[in-house]
Design a protein around this ligand. Structure first.
Ligand SMILES: [Zn+2]
Length: 401
């Protein structure tokens, strides 16, 4: 009970150096089961003899379980180490130890987990992988998917990407994998299956042609939407391009003070106009005074955000007006953006018509970025995916007992 183990018989408890070692064996009916599928199998040999598993500490003392680790012969999995009721297959930790590690990884700081559990952060990563893959196998995460978002984001420098799938109705992460091409998206649609693909009512994604084609091919009933998030991102990028241009100009012309001002203005320009502090508003007023093109670019990009704040009918009108404005604004990045938006207009309008909440998409995106930063130090992208699924996929185990 103290160690949080069940279906096992305790044979002996002893103190060894500064640790407690508990000898156990599985109860008779738990013996000789395949470590992978759990089926009862004939015993093969005694494997590598006695093994130890790290258990939850007993008070302040490290504790280990010790037991035989025989191998069995499974028809499906051949010769494998037999399952034990207290640990997951291939793990050096008990189930309750791993569950607690995951719970902490989701709910506390990196440093807290590693120090409290006395394991490395890298080990926490492999534990997350094991726990998440078990949870995914036991649950049907794809049940009742109707409105989903497919997105990608960079998880590492050097163009390493993940593709993620989010359920728009629950805000949950339902799938993630390394890569961001058509093949990755097709892998997901393959897993989802033909019938469930046909049940999808709405699929949102960025403006990439490849994803749109894959979705169009396999999801005959889905309306394709462009995520508002990406539209706003493009406007922000265009604005930043202009900011950099005028900054470079000012620097070249030797206007040090202006250059400095512009450099610090980045955040003010990016931010939602409704959320500016008094000081930031002052900064904006300065830009309006000293830099007409940049202020114009700012207004155009803010105006584009408005289409997501009004009714569908108003948004269509607003978009017409916005496109007309952007086309003749004489700011090259926005003229280009107007072209892109004209091309993507059906998808952009569909997102507004079907009430796709940008707040939620942005929230998931922000959380994914935070998790990515936390996952720094993990060995594989799979460990990052596991932590994301535990955190945003609702797969985090409860604390033991
Ligand atoms: Zn098996």
């Amino acid at each position: 009970m103290l160690l949080g183990i069940e279906r096992a018989v305790v044979e002996d408890v002893r103190v060894e150096l500064e640790t407690i070692v508990v000898s156990v064996r599985p109860k008779a009916r738990e013996k000789h089961r395949c470590g992978v599928c759990g089926r009862r199998c004939p015993r093969e040999d005694s494997g590598q003899g006695r093994r130890r598993w790290r258990a939850l500490d007993l008070g302040t003392t490290l504790a280990y379980l010790e037991a035989d680790a025989p191998r069995v012969y499974c028809k499906a999995h051949r010769v494998v180490v037999a399952a034990v009721p207290w640990a997951r297959h291939d793990s050096r930790f008990t189930v309750s130890f791993e569950d607690q590690c995951c719970w902490l990884a989701v709910n506390t700081s990196k440093k807290a987990v590693a120090e409290l559990m006395r394991v490395t952060w890298r080990t926490v990563g492999s534990i997350c992988e094991r726990v998440a893959s078990e949870a995914i196998a036991q649950r049907d995460l794809f049940a009742d998917l109707k409105r989903i978002g497919i997105d990608d984001f960079s998880h590492r420098k050097g163009h390493r990407y993940l593709t993620v799938v989010v359920d728009h109705d629950t805000g949950r992460l339902v799938w993630a994998a390394p890569g961001r091409d058509r093949k990755t998206v097709e892998k997901f649609l393959e897993l989802l299956g033909k019938e469930r693909c046909a049940q999808l009512e709405l699929v949102s994604c960025d403006m990439a042609e490849s994803i749109a084609v894959a979705v169009g091919d396999r999801c005959p009933n889905a309306i394709r939407c462009v995520d508002p998030f990406h539209v706003i991102q493009l406007a922000t990028d265009a604005l930043d391009e202009i900011r950099r241009e005028v900054w470079n100009e000012a620097r070249r012309a030797g206007h040090k003070r202006v250059a400095k001002e512009l450099k610090g203005a980045r955040f003010v320009l990016w931010k939602n106009a409704h959320r500016l502090t008094e000081r930031q508003q002052h900064k904006l007023a300065q830009i309006q005074q000293t830099n007409k093109p940049l202020y114009r670019a700012y207004l155009i990009s803010q105006q584009l955000r408005e289409i997501y704040r009004v009714t569908y009918e108003e948004a269509v009108e607003l978009l017409d007006a916005w496109l007309a404005w952007a086309r003749r604004c004489q700011l090259a990045p926005f003229v280009k953006l107007a072209k892109t938006i004209t091309k993507q207009r059906p998808g952009i309008e569909a997102a507004i018509e079907h009430g796709l909440s940008n707040a939620r998409i942005e929230q998931v995106n922000t959380q994914l970025r935070l998790i990515t930063r936390r996952a720094y130090g993990f060995r594989t992208p799979e460990a990052l995916i596991a932590l994301a699924m535990l955190t945003l996929g609702g797969l985090c185990p409860a604390l033991p007992a």
